[in-house]
Design a protein around this ligand. Structure first.
Ligand code: BTN
Length: 257
């Protein structure tokens, strides 16, 4: 069970995930959160870079030590982090994000956050996990390749004619408080049994047509919900199919999400 959370903040680090890894090797307790104003070598999924050179975004990572968790359940922690970011943006900024399966947080059709979960094993068991979250808060400009599908807290508040700007500290605290709540529910079963209903409430394109794009195949379906393991359930011409994460991309048939 995750109880205490211990927050540390640095002006600049290479990657908050890498700082957590270093501390994990030194024996730090689970619940350590490292956040930074900027990252000089932020990491994205599948070996991509995650740029956070200005003091505009949140870069934050947690150390977890889920000793009894089977290795195949570790990926679900990313889904839990997505749920926590959604809840935190609602609670601290009154924004209404949705979750684009499996773990993109989207507002008004644009992505506001990225999550990278990494782990190391020892003696064939999960030794530690670091879950790192990047949220765009004050950002106004994005790299050219993602500009069409990226947004930030401040840009979304402006669209609602709200004059305040997001507080990185308040949002970060809210993220990890929500994360603790969801993570402890997850640990009881090691899957999403206790969280599925909450996840599905916020699932983008639920009940709507989506396009499933796998490497060999591309087809339309209706998104129905998720399984306890976080797979997407879709209906294809009256037949239910289960879609696993991996190299599959699911899009609404209108626009990015
Ligand atoms: C993605 O590719 O969408 C995942 C991006 C994850 C970025 C966050 S920022 C905090 C943490 N530290 C990193 O180096 N990466 C993650």
């Amino acid at each position: 069970m995750l109880s205490d959370i211990c927050f540390e903040y640095y002006e600049s680090v290479d990657s908050t995930n890498d700082r957590i890894k270093e501390r994990a090797h030194q024996g730090a307790d689970q619940g350590l959160v490292i956040s930074a104003g900027t990252q000089t070598a932020g990491k994205g999924r599948i070996g991509r870079k995650w740029e956070s050179p200005t003091q505009d975004s949140i870069s934050t990572s947690i150390l977890l030590r889920p000793e009894e968790l089977p290795i195949q359940s570790v990926a679900t922690i990313t889904i839990i982090a997505a749920m926590a970011v959604r809840a935190a943006l609602k609670k601290s900024c009154d924004l209404q994000p949705v979750i684009k399966w499996p773990n993109d947080i989207v507002i008004d059709g644009k992505k506001i956050c990225g999550i990278l979960t990494e782990m190391e094993m020892k003696d064939s068991k999960v030794w530690y996990v670091t879950c790192g979250i990047g949220v765009n808060v004050h950002n106004r400009d994005f790299p050219e390749d993602i500009a069409f599908k990226a947004t930030s807290v401040d840009l979304e508040l402006e669209k609602l004619n709200r004059t305040e700007s997001g507080s990185r500290k308040t949002i970060t605290t809210a993220i990890w408080e929500s994360f603790r709540e969801y993570y402890n529910i997850f640990l009881k079963t090691g899957d999403l049994t206790g969280l599925k209903e909450e996840y599905e409430k916020h699932l983008a394109n639920r009940g709507e047509r989506v396009r499933i794009e796998a490497q060999a195949d591309s087809y339309e379906a209706t998104a129905l919900g998720i399984t306890d393991r976080g797979e997407l359930i879709v209906d294809v011409d009256g037949e239910k199919r289960i879609i696993s994460t991996g190299e599959v991309s699911v899009r609404g048939i209108y626009g990015y999400i």
